[in-house]
Design a protein around this ligand. Sequence first.
Ligand SMILES: *[C@@H]1O[C@H](CO)[C@@H](O)[C@H](O)[C@H]1NC(C)=O
Ligand SMILES: *[C@@H]1O[C@H](CO)[C@@H](O)[C@H](O)[C@H]1NC(C)=O
Ligand SMILES: *[C@@H]1O[C@H](CO)[C@@H](O)[C@H](O)[C@H]1NC(C)=O
Ligand SMILES: *[C@@H]1O[C@H](CO)[C@@H](O)[C@H](O)[C@H]1NC(C)=O
Ligand SMILES: *[C@@H]1O[C@H](CO)[C@@H](O)[C@H](O)[C@H]1NC(C)=O
Ligand SMILES: *[C@@H]1O[C@H](CO)[C@@H](O)[C@H](O)[C@H]1NC(C)=O
Ligand SMILES: *[C@@H]1O[C@H](CO)[C@@H](O)[C@H](O)[C@H]1NC(C)=O
Length: 442
Amino acid sequence: MLSPITLLTMLSLLPFAFSTQLEWKGIPSSKSSASSNTLTLNTALSTLPPNTSLLIPNQTFYLSGGVYASNLINATIILDGTLKFDDSGRKNWPTESCTKGTCVKKAILIEGARGLTLTSTNVNGGLVDGSGEKWWGYVEYLIYGEDRPKLITLYNVTDVLVEDWHFRQSAYHTFHADDIANLEIRRCTIDNRFNDKDSHGPLNLQALNTDGFDVSGKNIYIHDCKVWNQDDCFTIVPTTGDGINADCTENVLIENVEASGLGLTVGSIKPTTNHACIKNITFRNAYMHHTFKGIYIKSASNPDPTASAEITDILYENITMDQPEQVPIWIGPAQEGDSENACSLAWPYVDRAECPAPNDTMKWTNVVLRNVMIKGAKVSPGIIFGNEDNPMEGVVFDGVVFDNFEDLEEAKPWGEDFYYCKGVQGVAMGGTTPVPPCFKKE
Ligand SMILES: *[C@@H]1O[C@H](CO)[C@@H](O)[C@H](O)[C@H]1NC(C)=O
Ligand SMILES: *[C@@H]1O[C@H](CO)[C@@H](O)[C@H](O)[C@H]1NC(C)=O
Ligand SMILES: *[C@@H]1O[C@H](CO)[C@@H](O)[C@H](O)[C@H]1NC(C)=O
Ligand SMILES: *[C@@H]1O[C@H](CO)[C@@H](O)[C@H](O)[C@H]1NC(C)=O
Ligand SMILES: *[C@@H]1O[C@H](CO)[C@@H](O)[C@H](O)[C@H]1NC(C)=O
Ligand SMILES: *[C@@H]1O[C@H](CO)[C@@H](O)[C@H](O)[C@H]1NC(C)=O
Ligand SMILES: *[C@@H]1O[C@H](CO)[C@@H](O)[C@H](O)[C@H]1NC(C)=O
């Protein structure tokens, strides 16, 4: 006869011996169930056996923030419905202690997973709604600053597929893959907007820091995705020698995407004592409708002379910008309001506004823009701004064309120079028009 313990063990094996799919039984359409839903979802995630799927059915479930899973193994989360985060803002949001004292918890944090698939069997995909409206606005920024919940974070995770998940109204950064190896993201969208305007005017830009896909690590492939937001759209975040799964953010391909916001971004990258690194990054086949910035490669500064960083082998190919609203091409120091020694948001319009060059402890090598078409730009083409003591090397503009370059002779802020161009060894070819004034023409 079987002992009760053996029987229990066998029974507990049954679900994944015969069926590898479990269903989470949340309470649908009930705002007041947000915290109990979060608890039961966390329990379902923490007890999910290896090689098992967890189904979130085709209904709307309120959650309170602090969804958490660690060390999942070959787990699949099938989101057929909507996860909607508490829409009362900071009031009910769970917090945790942090270096600053108390910080909000992330909406969703998955860490230490080995083998993870986020997918959907719904033809429309699954939806994650951050209810960010309550957190956005210039006044709210003064209150919360950047202590706002990131919508979904994958940290120290390997072998990941994310498909058919849609994210909207994130209170802060939307999607983070931090220190990850082997990630594919496809058919996903991000939409963070204050109103329905087809532009990034002052009202929409109030959804500050609503970054799209921020990724660091190695072997990352993002394709057939769309982002409309009010900060960086697709962002390559550096990794340092302290990384777990990579010591440099490298081998990243982002293709067949639409992006409108602060652009296709590399950085910002700041010299660190354990060497910050971004290498072998390609963006191609991107369409950028009414984007704010377009191509944006940015550094941050560090006074420590022993710190170092590199940006190496970056290619932007077949990129179309349709009526970009601010600077289309920005390669140089990050332009921000909130970091020390950053390039001022008022630069170069306001006399005393400063824009210091990138540090000479930061090496820029091989940045290529090929077949980049910019239609109807409203301000001067851009900046390519390195440190004159350690200039950017191998910067090539091959077929970088502004269709309205004649009008741009009168555009602000650089008029007939078109570009602010300094500290760079650059080459223009392939009909690049206009040619940056400090580039060699081939
Ligand atoms: C999970 O599935 C893989 C095959 O896909 C198998 O090799 C592995 O042993 C399974 N792991 C467990 C814990 O069942
Ligand atoms: C996870 O899945 C992969 C691929 O099917 C398999 O090789 C591996 O053994 C699985 N890992 C575990 C711990 O089951
Ligand atoms: C990263 O994840 C692995 C696998 O779950 C774990 O063993 C390791 O401790 C994690 N490392 C850190 C620094 O969190
Ligand atoms: C999920 O529900 C929506 C409406 O709520 C419906 O349009 C859709 O077909 C459903 N999908 C599935 C896979 O049942
Ligand atoms: C650069 O990254 C791509 C993936 O985007 C990869 O196929 C290629 O092998 C990498 N090149 C080098 C030199 O590592
Ligand atoms: C260039 O990118 C566009 C998307 O903006 C795409 O439709 C087109 O097929 C791409 N061209 C090539 C040659 O890949
Ligand atoms: C980096 O740049 C900032 C801004 O110009 C400057 O204050 C700092 O001293 C620089 N650091 C080094 C190591 O040169």
